[in-house]
Design a protein around this ligand. Structure first.
Ligand code: ATP
Length: 158
């Protein structure tokens, strides 16, 4: 199996560091799928989901709060503003962050401070991504419990 090394690095820690078959990154202008021997590129990432696929294993999901990726034929390095694996995400915390951001963005304060408004919009995107990634994992788990073949279930979802 041809693999590529993925390092997913957040500000305070290394979140993932291993060989993978494929990784899909949330590029600022769309999803970027990377396999071994990919052409070199640098990309800005938006807040979104990273999917990691390995042969014979369940797909793994990470939320990323934006950042940069450097792709080389044998390596992908992601420098993330923040990143969490699906297993690490605290849904209640993400919901609370979403509520805070929505409250601010729905109120009169939003037109008084552009910098704060942009920060809140970004916080809202991070919280929504975290909830999506955490719930996707929960959905995968419950399908596994039903003994539905994982690939089949994923195709049905798409
Ligand atoms: P909050 O307002 O809840 O702190 P935030 O989006 O402002 O959310 P970040 O600045 O992106 O938080 O992240 C700060 C740290 O907290 C990072 O290490 C990040 O991985 C972690 N983190 C933030 N939200 C969650 C969450 N819902 N579950 C797990 N870890 C989280």
């Amino acid at each position: 199996m041809s693999t590529i090394h993925l390092s997913l690095i957040a500000q305070d820690r290394i979140v993932y560091d291993d060989d993978v078959k494929m990784v899909i990154l949330p590029g600022a202008s769309g999803a970027i799928g990377v396999l071994a021997k990919h052409a070199p590129l640098m990309a800005v990432l938006q807040p979104g989901e990273i999917l990691v696929r390995n042969d014979g294993e369940e797909d793994r999901y990470f939320s990323v709060g934006g950042g940069f990726a450097e792709v080389r034929p044998d390596e992908v390095v992601v420098l993330a503003r923040s990143a969490e694996s699906a297993e690490e995400i605290d849904i209640a915390r993400a919901e609370e962050a979403m509520r805070r951001a929505q409250e601010y963005l729905g109120g009169p304060e939003k037109d008084r401070d552009m910098e704060r408004r942009l920060a809140m919009e970004s916080a809202l995107r991070r919280s929504l991504t975290r909830m999506k990634v955490a719930r996707k994992r929960a959905a995968v788990r419950s399908r596994s419990a039903d003994h539905t073949p994982y690939r089949q279930a994923q195709q049905e979802e798409e």
